[in-house]
Design a protein around this ligand. Sequence first.
Ligand code: 26Q
Length: 823
Amino acid sequence: MFDDKEKFKLAYLTKISETEGITLDEGSLWDKYKTLVLLLKENMSFNRALTKKSTMYTKQVYYFSMEFLIGRLLHYYLVNMEIEELVREGLAELHINLDDLLQQEVDPGLGNGGLGRLAACFLDSMAFLGISGHGNGMRYKYGLFEQKIRNGFQTEVADNWLKNGYPWEIPRTEKSIVVKFKGTIRAESVQDKLMFYHEHYEPVLAVPYDIPIMSYDNPSNINNLRLWSAEPVANELDFDSFNRGEFDQAVSLRSEVEAISYILYPDDNGRSGKELRLKQEYFFVAAGLGSIMRSFKKRNISLGDFSKWVAVHINDTHPVLCIPELMRILIDEEGLGWDQAWNITVNTISFTNHTIMPEALEKWPVDLFKNLLPRIYMIVEEIDRRFKERLARRFLDDWELIHNTQIIKDGQVQMANLAVIGSSSVNGVAALHTEILKHQVFKDYYRVFSYKFNNKTNGINHRRFLLAANPALSELITEAIGPAWKKNAEELENLLFYKDNSSFIEKLAKVKYLNKCQLAKHVKESQGLEIDPLSIFDVQVKRIHAYKRQLLNILKVMHLYNQVKNDPQSVRDPQTFIFGGKAAPGYHYAKTIIKLINTLANKINKDPEVKQKLKVVFLENFNVSLGELIYPAADISEQISTASKEASGTGNMKFMVNGAVTIGTLDGANVEIKEAVGEENIFIFGLTAEEVLRYSREGGYKSLDQYYSNQSLRLCVDQLVNGFFETAGEEFRVIFDSLLLYNDDYFVLKDFNAYLEAYQKLQDSYAQQDIWHRTSLVNIAKAGIFSSDRSIKEYANQIWKTNFRRFDSHFPDKRFKNKLGTK
Ligand code: 26Q
């Protein structure tokens, strides 16, 4: 993009005067940051136009997701364009420090966690592979709340990320779409055909904002992330009401409309059942499909071939209204018959499930649904009716199956059922998860549509989480095996060549140490706490949820504390336990867990007898940017969910590619991580998914048995309520009760011993530093298959049936292989 520094400087100086009307010395840091973004964006817009033109007759993939956690873009795009150094030096000559500008950027919190970040990783890989793949989502005015810890409690601060404007976005007002809610449906026979007219509806204007998506080594291929914002149709006050003196009504209509894209629901894996959420879901679906239809028509392709040229992927059930909405467009607006419309719809849409937690399966009361989306409801009813009819013919009197697979039952619309029936592919996100879908969650559907079910193990964008987030390790890797791993993560396997090379292992250890120093510096600056970069960094960062079992980790730390108090020699190496993650604001139990971590931290960190050995830190406001600092600095990756509950996990992969060693259960993608690294390079413990599911089905687990039979465990559990935490009173009673009174739904007590044993083995291994760093190296080397490039190649080949215009990511870089002489 810029061939040299001088050209860059000139372009930059011109841009700042053009856009801000100021000279450099008048500009604030924000102005300077914004200018750099606008400069890059301008070039990307140009390339977007070219990409669009040249892919006019390429199949387009649309990834519909309520959440996109894209992270900060400026640094990442500079890395992708390979101009970071040039820009850094150019700016330095203008007396600007690039790092100061990078700090100006907000991290758009347009998602809760795993699902939203996965969507962002997928956008990157689609751009990298040259797939015409675009995101379609919501432009929430307020993203996920910012977490502040006050007196040990989580408090939530609104995330007003747009307050200074977001320079990466491009408003496309002229491409707005009208979305219709409520009203009535009039059916009329026109020339022997039944037509449906939506009347007296409440219109809402969906205004798109586009963000350019660009990846490494493919800077001219620009894809698009389109986010929708809700505005009143007239885009003014309702002057009729206003003139009649009904000021309140005029203003409230406006705010009712704007409420739709006002805020992201902060529940992950949770339920909320509020009308506004359903409004959001239909809003971005109708807007997205409306705009896809509009651009499809410009391509002069026959509508009958729609599914050959367009793939729509739905990220969990949140966008499942794509199915009835596409039917509505094809039938009501395009005049197709039901059967043809249904064929097109099913062949266009594919669906990923991300959770088996029953409380996260979306259901909507019929009355609410029908009132908000009358025409869509009619279509859902008809889909259900026809499906049942077909099923009854095939499965005759298997009434149980027929009942279980209905879309509308018990007065509710079952969104997952609609998703399975109306799409051509249903996938889980890790091998184990897909098996659970086939044999438990969707077992009846698996009998009906076995051909739809498939697995696509998640992946992560290794260019963001290794190349950009961990420059020291990236350089070391490139020095050793050449740069081909950036394009083909499986090349990382060549690192195995260095397994017994002590000088390389030493360098690896040094990089880890330096990264730990950087995290320690952040902790010191942000919360005034000293942590020792020479201690083991044992890290659990993710959303706080009972099934993720932060509690198991806490009990371990309490146990170690008790041990050190008894015998200071019982813990050999100093250890720092690092936690981070947000709790849904309404999830009282999860918030109590945060308070417990902080209370424990307080106790341990100020106890002079143990503070040389143990430290506990809760990192405030875990998000993508903080993750980029944490993953490179971790020694131990805690992936300890109750087996069967974590669909995949992706944090596990981000840690692994940065050389952290996993302690975990056989859950989600941990199973595949174990297969990749071998059991000697991972610390696995605990109940298997099968055992957990058997207990849930047949009973037989009594948490009290664990409590009474294990003295040191009993001590820790008692300490939750016996005054051990001097300031706590009855605060942690809910946790105590969850374990004993409510029989420990997540098998924390059951897995406690096995966890401690695995942890002990891990410490023994850490004590032998050369062995430890070799394990770390094997983890990095085997992380290649967990790149989202691999996931996306599988989606493209097997589900979307689209080509990618990049072939070199398959091919090893011969030069470096020869140099190493490994192959
Ligand atoms: C649903 C209805 C109403 C309000 C909120 C929701 C809602 C929102 C977000 C339900 C679920 C989510 C998010 C789920 C999620 O992040 N799941 C994670 O997806 C990852 C990517 O596949 C997996 O790695 C994780 O295992 C899974 O927990």
